[in-house]
Design a protein around this ligand. Sequence first.
Ligand code: ZN
Ligand code: ZN
Length: 383
Amino acid sequence: MRCDHCAHDVPDGVFCTRCGAHQGTSEEIGNAKTREQRYAAHPAEHVIQPSVFTTLFPHLGQHKIHEFRWAFIVGLAGILVLYLAGLITAAILVAAFLVPVLYLIYLYEAQVYRDEPATVLGFTIGGGIVVGIVVTVLERVLYHPFQDAGNPLVNAGISIGSLLLLGLVLPVIQEVLKPLPALFLPNRADFPETVDGLVFGIASGLGFSLAETLIVFSGALTSLTAHVEPANWIYELLTLAVLQPLLQGSATGMIVATLWRYRRGRLGGREIGGVAMAVIAHVAFSLGTQLMNDTSVNALFVLAWQAVVVGALLIYIRYVLHHALLEEAAHMGYAETICANCHMHIVASGFCPNCGMALTAAPNSIKRGRRPRKDAPAASGDA
Ligand SMILES: [Zn+2]
Ligand SMILES: [Zn+2]
């Protein structure tokens, strides 16, 4: 079969294994080349879908995604139980660790670090933690908003200076510093794909988020007695457990993915827009939260605002990664492998001919199992 889009002879399939284009008629699928309703890392989803797990955990197949969703829900339920029991300190600790620990398990599961777990984890999560400690401690030396009783719920009133500092200056400084550990990864040439950069950035951002949360709440952690009556901590806990780490992780993921694109000589408007998007999202998140807290807006609105910002950032990441995968997965050579998404035994180059998944986003165990074939076979070998 000859692909209409890349003009190569490819095995029969719904998708071209070399360029990932959908082989159906254009009316069925919109633009067959960019196939935006078939997100390259998870073809069951549209690119424009603010899904947390398929965006930030791009190497996981369908089953694993469900396991991680469940683990996350169980973690949130645990936080709720601790909160209802009045164990706020424990609830804050679980909230701080929940997403970073899930991500660590994900890195292990997908073996994104290949043969060098120590170096990669050290320079991503570890580096993020170090940057988080340094930045947060410096922030608190220069500015102490929470000195009263160490309780972050006591707000300091509206001040333009502190609003600009917390809402604008600090987010920009953080976005400049958080990608540094991943950028200094010594063996980064072993991880050329943008999807690797994205994951390293997210890991670094989550390490930062963990350190930041623990330091900012250290006052509350030590000054609260172990058992207090449930007050209005529940919203704060949701921000800590979900929205704050997702923002910190995805913003840095986006920026590091852009650096990876730059190293491949593929820096375009889409990627530069991504950096702008990451910084704007972080500023919108912090400034909006600060403003609403200062003016005592209902905490549910604060959460909704934070969720909207994170959702928009997630969609932009998918947009960048989708196009990066379509470009980068195109030249892998033919090999026998198993698709991580649809579990078919396939003979494929860059994309699964059956479901269209970009095979560079497969877990490393599957990539390692690829058995190269010199010749392009006539059929795609559907099982
Ligand atoms: Zn093609
Ligand atoms: Zn497939």
